[in-house]
Design a protein around this ligand. Sequence first.
Ligand code: FEO
Length: 406
Amino acid sequence: MHCVRTVTENLYWVGANDHRLALFENIHPIPKGVSYNAYLLLDEKSVLFDTIDWSACRQMLENVEYLLAGKPLDYLVINHVEPDHAASIEEILIRYPEVQIISTEKAFMLMRQFGFHVDSHPCIQVKEGDTYTFGTHTVTFISAPMVHWPEAMVTFDTTNGVLFSADAFGSFMALDGKLFADEVDFDRDWIDEARRYLTNIVGKYGPHIQALLKKAGGILDQIKYICPLHGPVWRENLGYFIEKYDKWSRYEPEVKGVLIVYASMYGNTEAAAQALAARLCEKGVRNVAVYDVSNTHVSYLISESFKYSHIVLASVTYNLGIYPVMKNYLEDMKALNLQNRTFAIIENGSWACKSGDLMQKFIDEEMKNMTVLNERLSLASALHDDKETELDTLANALVSDLNGDT
Ligand code: FEO
């Protein structure tokens, strides 16, 4: 049966939710599912904006068929060709042989690469600033390269103020009946998954998101709805989410606080991380978060790293190097272009303690615009009372830096 929601007059959400996929892009856990959003405009001509993942294709087809009520589908606008949205294109082409496809040059190239038979249909190639009219609705196309792939564009309906924003302004988590961000407690229930989505999927391309935000800024007063390809539609308080995207894509911390990520083999480095966390809280730091790098998927650590201003890395030495899972986290932060953070280091080694110097070298030489505090807590196997002063000095250095005293 169909399962659709009305976005606004003559515009419908025709996507689907997915709770069966364990790993998004086969790498990021999505325990609360994900939605694949597609939208159908019923004007004088009918227009489907993007398709969805193959796994949920059947639901989208039922939705589209129900709304078309026997009429043909006239246009298919493809904003983004990653298969979580584009995998069902071929099925639409088969079912609606008269459909005309509107997309960018690079997108058509990718569609052919993926094996879609687009050339048996009229292919309307558009570029930045082109417009198209479907009846009463006129849309303009805005290129959005690297948000998240090079072919990406967003489409703005100048008639009703709907921005089809592709991956931008998306989020992990299934919608489960809700459609609009104002139907959920976004700041309580969604923001962490929205940040985890953005930072892990598109985090590397902050400057490209900034370029898109700049273009959106030019039409901000006309945007009434933001319709992303994942997660809720925005029709209220758009500025809240735009501001988050602006911060994340500038690599500016969301909160002043301390994220402590530890790599501990037998609990001794963990004990030091916990002692520091307690000391920070005792000194009045409000936002302190502690994670075990070994049992936290790195996508969560990346999200938290984009959130917090200060990051403490606590690692044992392993094979005379950084503990492998900690090294992987560092490599991921680098790959996703995280910048503008202050780090502190706790190192541990029972006979040849190397992890501190190696983590510092990685941060200094491989990452951009990072600061490492000079105060370091060095452990030989375990934290003992003789390290009281070092622990306190490290905590004070963090507090002082958080307060902007340095
Ligand atoms: Fe949700 Fe880049 O695709």
